[in-house]
Design a protein around this ligand. Structure first.
Ligand code: XMP
Length: 520
């Protein structure tokens, strides 16, 4: 398979690089910079000054990090970076490191600051502009900057931190002890924008429209007169990738949609309707439910079920795509967080994720990954701009093995139908309560048990349905959603009244960890 770095992802001319010193800070900073319509990428702190210079950034932001600058082995940056003449902003750890490496002083004063903190601006300077002298900022630090870099002037202080912000406009070096990227620093975005527009002198030109334009050009340059295939899952990432590639190369793209029979109610039809009818994309719709159910017969162990679904998916996809002559490019909806994580993550395997839609290594395709530099919310904005319906653009994450891992025990067509009906009610009610975008995932689970109930005068012995609804930012951790009782009651009575065979509804109140979002 080709090196993914050859994929069609266009880098705009003006880029601000965020140097990552750990934790989640760097991603948030990059997102804030992009919200200011300036393209931003994350680089590791191990990058050399020469490498960094070769990327020709318009500005550099040194992120916060969990370590103390005084700890042995604390992450550093090549000090030559400061001599490149590129405007640099240090945030929290980044500001402390700049001070330490540039002749200032960082002390363990024994008085850290955490949370909302009052800050006094002593000197407007470039970063502060005409801001009012009293500000609320979000702090999270133990060490304190006693003296900023040599030649820099302190521009703000707090009760316990003498240098809460500094700048050396001549050498374009700036630092803040607090976190301007978090929402709890109300004027933080304005400060970041002054750094970007006034210190780095970048223009706010990175917009959804410009992303589409540059991607289209890059895709055309990569694919040329070749043919591309895209596997559609119904999810937002593959949908937006397909729509973008279709805009670039039109009929040179063929999409393959494998209907596993394990999708949610009405989903298969919706995918075909959207892509074939509305987007005019050539689409091969493979109805393969029987093949998947055959494979699942008598399987009950979750990983065995995943494996069966994953393997069949690949075979069905290969059969379908083998019929597309001369196809030499494969479109994938890889996102920027996947790219960042694949560089660093060695997280333990808890479930064999992404096996469906993941493709065999021996396929002879060059990858086209037009979303490689985008965060999820940016992908959604691109999807809307390309005319994809809200149901697809705002679709909640859905596991590749589909309802196969939401039916505990053996999966049969009857059970899938039962679950589809109950699940549709859960989602309809979440939607009419206006909670669709607030809730990360809401769905129904069908366990492999039955219980006794009474309906009318009759004893029933039916299946329960478990409702699972969680809030999350990234699916790594999640909390059970505090849904209103009235909403739960409505879901419960509708499921019992409208789905024959269900006589009990339970709500899952487990967060992740210790639970996982899915039940299998
Ligand atoms: P868990 O259950 O591990 O899920 O908390 C985290 C997120 O991943 C989704 N998920 C999957 N996605 N293939 C996928 O592509 C899978 O096998 C799979 N299992 C879980 C899940 O829906 C949640 O968003």
């Amino acid at each position: 398979m080709a090196d993914p770095s050859s994929a069609a992802n266009a880098t705009p001319e003006q880029t601000v690089l965020v140097v990552d010193f750990g934790a989640q800070y760097a991603q948030l900073i990059a997102r804030r910079v992009r919200e200011a319509h300036v393209y931003s990428e994350i680089v590791p702190h191990t990058i050399s000054a020469a490498e960094l210079e070769s990327r020709k950034p318009a500005g550099i932001v040194l992120s916060g990090g969990p370590a103390s600058v005084h700890v042995e082995g604390a992450p550093r940056i090549d000090p030559e970076v400061y001599e490149l003449g590129i405007p640099t902003l240090g945030i929290c750890y980044g500001a402390q490191l700049m001070s330490l490496q540039l002749g200032g002083e960082v002390a363990n004063t024994g008085q850290g600051e955490y949370g909302r903190t009052d800050l006094i601006i002593d000197d407007g300077g470039l970063l502060w502009g005409a801001e009012p002298a009293d500000q609320h900022v979000w702090m999270s630090h133990f060490d304190s900057i006693v003296a900023g870099p040599a030649g820099a002037q302190a521009t703000a202080h707090t009760d316990t931190t003498p240098v809460a912000a500094f700048e050396d406009t001549g050498r374009a070096r700036y630092g803040v002890q607090f976190h301007p990227e978090v929402v709890h620093t109300p004027r933080g975005q304005a400060l970041l924008e002054r750094f970007l527009y006034d210190a780095c002198e970048v223009h706010p030109s990175w917009t959804t429209a410009s992303v589409i334009e540059t991607s289209v050009e890059a895709i055309r340059a990569q694919v040329g007169t070749g043919r591309a295939i895209c596997g559609l899952s119904g999810g937002v990432d593959s949908a937006v990738a397909a729509a973008l590639v279709h805009k670039a190369i039109g009929s040179q793209l063929t999409c393959v949609f494998v209907d596993t029979g394990l999708m949610r109610k009405g989903e298969g039809e919706q995918v075909v309707e959207t892509f074939r009818r509305h987007q005019g994309i050539e689409l091969i719709h493979v109805r393969a439910a029987d093949r998947f159910f055959d494979g699942l017969a008598s399987l009950t162990e979750p990983e065995a079920k995943r494996k069966s679904i994953g393997e069949r998916f690949i075979r069905v996809f290969e059969d379908a795509s083998g019929g597309i002559e001369d196809a030499n490019f494969l479109v994938q909806g890889t996102l920027y967080p996947d790219v960042i994580e694949s560089g660093t993550s060695d997280a333990a395997k808890i479930k064999s994720h992404h096996n469906v839609g993941g493709l065999p290594d021996d396929m002879e395709f060059e990858l086209v990954e037009p979303l490689r530099s985008l965060f999820k919310d940016e992908v959604r904005a691109v999807g809307s701009e390309l005319g994809l319906p809200d149901e697809i653009v705002w679709r909640q994450p859905f596991p590749g093995p589909g309802l196969g891992v939401r039916i505990i025990g053996e999966v049969t067509p009857d059970k899938v139908e039962l679950l589809q009906e109950a699940d549709a009610i859960v989602r309809e009610e979440i939607k009419s309560a206006g909670l669709e975008r607030e809730i990360w995932q809401a769905f129904a689970v069908l366990p492999d048990i039955r219980s006794v109930g009474v309906m009318g005068d009759e004893r029933t012995y039916g299946h329960p349905i478990i409702i699972r609804a969680v809030t999350s930012d990234d699916a790594m951790t999640a909390d059970w959603a505090r849904l209103p009782y009235e909403l739960l009651e409505k879901m419960s009575s509708r499921i019992i009244n409208e789905v024959p065979g269900i006589n009990r509804v339970a709500y899952d109140v487990t967060s992740k960890p210790p639970g996982t979002i899915e039940w299998e």
